[in-house]
Design a protein around this ligand. Structure first.
Ligand SMILES: Cc1cc2nc3c(=O)[nH]c(=O)nc-3n(C[C@H](O)[C@H](O)[C@H](O)COP(=O)(O)O)c2cc1C
Length: 177
């Protein structure tokens, strides 16, 4: 984990995020799930180039009081899905619980953070910027500070909207007794 406070580094992060966010916004506007690896995009490079980026939003994240960067060491992590014909997800499982614990611990101390990954679209440039070796994969950028308001109630789906018994097409798991 790297703790970034240097204003020069923060400024250098903005152009690393922009192209990824541009594509994300263009796909979202077209009704697609941005950056998914299953459905081909119908959005053209011209559409993406013409999409404006919300610079104030990016800067709010890169210029939070502190910005944490978490990487996972691919030379030691067991990537059990490495031979499957799809994008790998299991390597992330060795690091995202750590990220989540950082967020929970920060909250308990009166701070707040947000899990972001969009700088990952420019991983090589990020590794060069922070001096990270190429076998360390970017996992998370966590802007952190003292929230102006500590959130209490979050919007979340009800468990019975996504949990089933025994099989994917099984009976909905009821949580109301
Ligand atoms: C794996 C993951 C990656 C995310 N990456 C980004 C990101 O790159 N940029 C961003 O603005 N929000 C990102 N988010 C969304 C925020 O972390 C956060 O979930 C969102 O602000 C909503 O807050 P909530 O989850 O507390 O409801 C990501 C969320 C997850 C779970």
């Amino acid at each position: 984990m790297i703790v970034v406070r240097d204003p020069k580094t923060r400024d250098a992060l903005v152009p690393l995020i922009e192209p990824t966010l541009k594509r994300y916004i263009a796909q979202a506007r077209a009704g697609e799930s941005p950056w998914n690896t299953v459905h081909e995009t119908r959005v053209s490079e011209a559409d993406i180039a013409a999409t404006p980026t919300p610079l104030p939003m990016i800067r709010a994240l890169t210029h939070a009081p502190v910005v944490l960067f978490v990487f996972v060491d691919l030379s030691v992590v067991a990537s059990f899905d490495r031979h499957l014909d799809r994008v790998g997800v299991i390597s992330g499982a060795s690091v995202y619980p750590f990220v989540w614990n950082i967020l929970l611990a920060a909250r308990a101390e009166g701070y707040g953070g947000t899990l972001t990954t969009f700088v990952g679209g420019s991983e090589a440039e990020l590794q060069a910027l922070l001096g990270v070796p190429s076998h360390m994969a970017f996992a998370a950028m966590i802007p952190m500070g003292r929230p102006v308001k500590q959130l209490t109630k979050l919007r979340r789906k009800a468990v019975d909207e996504f949990a089933t018994l025994e099989r994917f097409d099984g009976t909905t798991l009821r949580t109301d007794g």
